[in-house]
Design a protein around this ligand. Sequence first.
Ligand SMILES: [Zn+2]
Length: 125
Amino acid sequence: MFDQSHEIARFLSRTLYYPVVAVFVINLVQRRHMRTGLRKRYATLYLGALLLAFWGATFLLIRFDLGDLFLIPLFLACVAVVLLFRDAILPYRLRCAVCRRRLGPREILFYDSNLCAGCFRENVN
Ligand SMILES: [Zn+2]
């Protein structure tokens, strides 16, 4: 009745390794900025754990011979977790919270305040 192929699950099990490693490398780099970005460090940890869980689930789908259709509820469950805990998992903002100027990668990844350098100086003083 259902197609039991694992092509998508096999592809994901081979390729999700790289985003998982990238998220955990970013998490290690964030360790240097724990004073200013502890919340974002936890967020990359949660994101990495979620990616790791999804990656592990692809191996389980292949191991227990379940079809690629089971990837859909797994993916939807991951999206639901992200939506439910979006403040904890995705605190990253691309624009300054005060002046709406575009933030650099340093402010996006390492500063919980989501402020550009000018607004950060004003708020500190
Ligand atoms: Zn600003």
